[in-house]
Design a protein around this ligand. Structure first.
Ligand code: ZN
Length: 424
């Protein structure tokens, strides 16, 4: 059992000052103040100087793309994908994906991220990295096919999902991740959704990222991808849709009616010149909004707090309404709403019975001084380096900014070697 005592705690409905959190195995067994304890704790953390809050949830990323960080900037999405990223990815081995994923997890944890929805290939190797590091993850098995039915690919994905979904005490979930409606046929997307419904797992996909995607689709089908997919029953599965930049009112309605999740990736959209998601419209439709970083090669880092802040600023700036998306709402999006969108039900809140995914933030940091409203500090002032301690599934993964589960220096060295080889 772990006792975190005397902290400023962000719980579901209130801020508790000088409060305690008790962790029993992987779960939070108490969050409050003034309790006397008879239990013997394995560890007591004095949180007098810390803000204690749920860890951040990154609802859309491609972890291993850390290996491609900074190798191609300032080009548009289709050129970036087809001429630079896809050719490198075609050569990536499982071990390279494993190292790139380890590096991404180190970076994520160090910025307070405790859960990620990854979306890639060589997923066995990703699973190995997730297992070893202790991060919580939904592993999206990346799929693309020019064929209407690619039975073999679906079978392999299904096997992977059966093997990993709901493993490691529920810390790992798995999902189908069809790349996009422009790299998968509609029939294939439909078949994937049907399998996902049967297996009760989510479908994680890219939707409506660029204007070209929409104009091409409308020319061909007279409808947007979301409208066409709805016709096929695609959204009967629980969908986590990344991007949603170019949308018609009907598209928002479809996502709302089907209770789908949206993963906003504003940094990636801006950097690739794809556009600006209409966040005020999404709020109007009351969509389930989570936040993602996308891969580190289109962002170019995995600090979710940056995308959280940008989401806030875009919502306010586009609507010319600073009251839109108050800081508390942003924190909810970046924690519990995001967790739900990617299939984790009791994650993202400091509350009895919830998973103990908790981060401690240094209230003495100059950029957080004076420490006033905790929500304001987190959304508008915090930096990744303010995260001191990270607990995931009741296990301390980082303490005093030191990763305890793997050797950070070794991972960075290995990754640097690999990148040299990939580019050479
Ligand atoms: Zn993506």
């Amino acid at each position: 059992m772990i006792l975190i005592k005397n902290g400023t705690i962000i719980t579901e409905n209130e801020i508790i000052d000088k409060g305690d959190v008790v962790i029993d195995a992987s779960l939070i067994s108490y969050a409050g103040k003034g309790k006397q304890y008879k239990e013997k704790f394995d560890k007591i953390i004095d949180a007098s100087n810390f803000l204690v809050m749920p860890g951040f949830v990154n609802t859309h990323t491609h972890l291993a793309m850390t290996l491609m960080r900074g190798i191609s900037d300032d080009v548009p999405l289709q050129k970036w994908l087809n001429e630079i990223i896809f050719p490198i990815e075609a050569k990536l081995t499982g071990n390279e994906v494993y190292i790139g994923t380890l590096l991404a997890i180190v970076e994520s944890v160090k910025s307070g991220v405790t859960t990620v929805a990854d979306f890639y290939f060589h997923m066995e190797d990703v699973a190995k990295a997730v297992k070893e590091t202790g991060i919580r993850a939904n592993l999206g098995f990346g799929l693309a096919s020019k064929f209407d039915m690619d039975t073999l690919k679906l079978k392999i994905a299904e096997k992977f999902i059966e093997k990993y979904n709901n493993t490691e005490n529920g810390r790992i979930l798995a999902s189908f991740a069809p790349h996009a409606p422009y790299t998968c046929t509609l029939k294939f997307m439909k078949a994937i959704s049907e399998r996902a419904q049967k297996m009760n797992v989510i479908v994680h996909t890219h939707l409506h990222e660029t204007e070209k995607e929409i104009t091409d689709f409308k020319r061909k089908y007279g409808k947007t991808p979301i409208q066409k997919l709805e016709e096929l029953g695609f959204f009967k599965a629980k969908v986590n849709a990344a991007h949603c930049v170019y949308m018609e009112d009907t598209d928002y309605k479809i996502l709302k009616e089907n209770n789908s999740g949206v993963a906003l990736n504003p940094q990636s959209n801006l950097k690739l010149g794809s556009g600006i998601p209409n966040i005020p419209k999404m709020i109007e439709y009351n969509l389930n909004l989570g936040i993602g970083t996308d891969g580190a090669s289109s962002n170019n880092n995995l600090a979710l707090i940056e995308d959280m802040r940008l989401t806030s600023f875009l919502a306010k700036g586009v609507s010319k309404n600073p009251e839109l998306l108050p800081a508390k709402k942003l924190v909810e999006m970046a924690t519990m709403t995001g967790a739900k969108n990617i299939g984790f039900e009791n994650v993202g809140v400091i509350k009895e019975g919830y998973k103990a995914d908790i981060i401690l933030i240094d209230k003495n940091a100059p950029n957080l001084t004076p420490f006033t409203d905790p929500y304001s500090m987190v959304v508008y002032s915090m930096e990744p380096g303010n995260v001191d301690t990270v607990i995931i599934d009741g296990k301390i993964v980082m303490e005093n900014r030191e990763i305890l589960t793997i050797d950070e220096e070794e991972v960075k060295k290995e990754a640097a070697k690999l990148v040299k080889k990939l580019l050479g």
